[in-house]
Design a protein around this ligand. Structure first.
Ligand SMILES: [Zn+2]
Length: 97
């Protein structure tokens, strides 16, 4: 977390060195290693994901919301249901013999 002394805005991006609004040098930014950020999650509410983590999250969300293989779950379910029906029909037919 960095803070601009001029406009008093807070910035989550620790890579920022100057305020994008007025160009003042930001204060209070600690260059914290990622491991320390992770271990500090319990006490501090803010989380600064790295660009890699953000990309991974976005890929995960995209995979959940927009599955590439839209058809195969339905096909698998249809096959399973078909097999169950065939099995039930076979069992019923065998009992009636
Ligand atoms: Zn500022």
């Amino acid at each position: 977390m960095k803070r601009c002394p001029t406009c008093n805005r807070a910035f989550d991006d620790n890579t920022l060195t100057v305020c994008p609004e007025d160009g003042s040098a930001l204060t209070g930014g600690r260059e914290v290693p990622a491991t320390q950020i992770d271990s500090g999650l319990g006490g501090k509410a803010t989380w600064n994901p790295s660009p890699d983590q953000l990309a991974e999250i976005q890929q995960t969300v995209a995979a959940i919301t927009k599955p590439r293989r839209k058809t195969w779950p339905g096909v698998v379910i249809a096959i399973v249901v078909l097999l169950i029906l065939i099995g039930l029909a076979g069992a019923i037919a065998l009992r009636r013999l």
